[in-house]
Write a protein that binds this ligand. Structure first.
Ligand code: ZN
Length: 78
């Protein structure tokens, strides 16, 4: 089984995380993921005092964890 590079459409062999055509990396974004985890804690400590703001932060945190944790094609080492 193989997959297509999300940037140039080249075929990338299974097990390879780097496109041989354009050099894009298939990976999760740890910076966004870790940022989401930190926001999660911030939201948890904010909720008791500021419910709405805390819930908004928790929503953003969940989005960051989800987006950062899912693997995508990155052209540059972001
Ligand atoms: Zn490519």
């Amino acid at each position: 089984m193989s997959m297509e590079c999300g940037h140039c459409g080249s075929e990338v062999k299974d097990g390879f995380k780097v496109c041989s055509g354009c050099g894009a990396h298939y990976r999760s974004n740890m910076k966004i993921f870790v940022g989401g985890i930190l926001l999660l804690f911030l939201g948890i400590i904010t909720v008791p005092d500021h419910l709405i703001a805390g819930l908004v932060i928790l929503g953003v945190a969940g989005l960051c964890v989800y987006q950062g944790g899912s693997r995508k094609w990155y052209r540059h080492n972001a």
